[in-house]
Design a protein around this ligand. Structure first.
Ligand SMILES: NC(=O)c1ccc[n+]([C@@H]2O[C@H](COP(=O)([O-])OP(=O)(O)OC[C@H]3O[C@@H](n4cnc5c(N)ncnc54)[C@H](O)[C@@H]3O)[C@@H](O)[C@H]2O)c1
Length: 335
């Protein structure tokens, strides 16, 4: 298949593209290589993809309407994996407009491109943050997600709503994946694992928010990629049993699905830090701080639906995953 992967120079995009190429798909990778974090890391990720004859890179902003129209018209993709977005909860309090541009304007450009070029299936990144203020655990696709607590979360929820209209109006099969704290080699420098590892190795203190009383359903990158590709291969279908008298938020009469993609095994932040300390071989100096605005105390994915639909079954323990990250970090930075 010919697949467009947006955000291909990003953490999840690079790993996903690698596996698609390895199984014989043709991949067009799109990214604007912005400087939200070190662009060199993005270039180094890309350098793993560019030697592959079935890979081509296009430097483009998803918010560039004319550019996006052109690429969809010229390339005629079979399927699309849309991962490009302004990520990060905390940064959405500082620079809200970046989220509107990349996540809302960018998303309508992707939907329009898919609609006009008759893409067979659009798989796009949503986020566990759509669960916002919900405290019912584990988080289920059948729960309402109408109480976001950050603009980032609101843009991801908006993506799900926008996708639904295109599935309904134009029969475009769409599947949203709500990622739960993804980690692993080539991971993002703004996320806890990267920040903690860097600080510990530099002998600096780490900031531990909510005094360490946080739980996250940390999900290893290889498990995520397996889930993304299985989802790509299972084109969303309409649910004939959908009942508009009692609408289930996770189902639709349109070819539209949303799934949690998480480890289904939340870990206390302090245990996660223990795993990092063990892998690095040093203790962290901890700076205990209150909860940050926009953050939530816990995430926990119910993955029954994705498992039933695709056979998704995450298999990597936090201990093993953290060790692999630290191994990559040391070799990438020569430490
Ligand atoms: N990593 C996680 O834990 C996590 C959790 C929930 C959701 N997500 C979502 O998954 C997707 C991928 O996340 P990631 O961790 O790989 O992030 P990432 O920042 O490493 O990757 C995103 C890529 O998209 C590119 N990009 C951003 N805005 C763009 C634009 N306007 N035009 C073109 N390219 C643009 C960036 O340059 C980057 O390379 C994002 O949509 C993110 O919101 C990630």
């Amino acid at each position: 298949m010919k697949i467009l992967v947006t955000g291909a120079a990003g953490f999840i995009g690079m790993h996903t593209s690698e596996v698609l190429l390895a199984r014989g798909d043709e991949v067009v990778g799109l990214d604007n290589l912005n400087d939200y974090y070190d662009p060199q890391l993005k270039l180094d990720r890309l350098a793993r993809l560019t030697p592959h004859p079935a890979f081509r890179f296009v430097k483009l902003d998803v918010a560039d309407r004319a550019g996006m129209e052109r690429i969809f018209a010229e390339e005629k993709f079979d399927r699309v994996i849309h991962l490009a977005a302004q990520a990060g909860v905390r940064y959405s309090l500082q620079n809200p407009h970046a989220y509107v541009d990349s996540n809302l304007v960018g998303f309508i450009n992707v939907l329009e491109g898919c609609r006009h070029s008759k893409v067979q299936h659009l798989v796009y990144a949503s986020s566990s943050s759509v669960y916002g203020g919900n405290t019912k655990m584990p988080f289920s696709e059948h729960d309402s997600v109408d109480h976001p607590v950050s603009l980032y979360a609101a843009t991801k929820k908006a993506n799900e709503l926008m996708a639904h209209t295109y599935s309904h109006l134009y029969g475009l099969p769409t599947t949203g994946l709500r990622f739960f704290t993804v980690y692993g080699p080539w991971g993002r420098p703004d996320m806890a694992l990267f920040l903690f590892t860097k600080a510990i190795l530099e002998g600096l203190p780490i900031d531990v928010f909510n005094h360490g009383k946080m739980k996250r359903d940390f999900t290893y990158i290889d498990d995520i990629v397996q889930g993304v590709i299985r989802t790509l291969d299972h084109v969303a279908e309409s649910d004939p049993a959908f009942n508009p008298l009692q609408p289930d938020p996770g189902r639709s009469a349109a070819p539209y699905r949303v799934f949690n993609i998480g480890n289904h095994d939340p870990v206390e932040l302090m245990s996660f830090i223990d795993a990092i300390e063990e892998a690095v071989g040093r203790k962290a100096e901890k700076n205990f701080l209150p909860m940050q605005d926009g953050d939530v105390p816990a995430t926990y994915a119910d993955t029954t639906e994705l498992n039933a639909w695709t056979g998704f079954a995450p298999a990597t323990s936090v201990k093993k995953g953290v060790q692999r990250f630290i191994g990559w970090y040391r070799s990438y930075y020569g430490l």
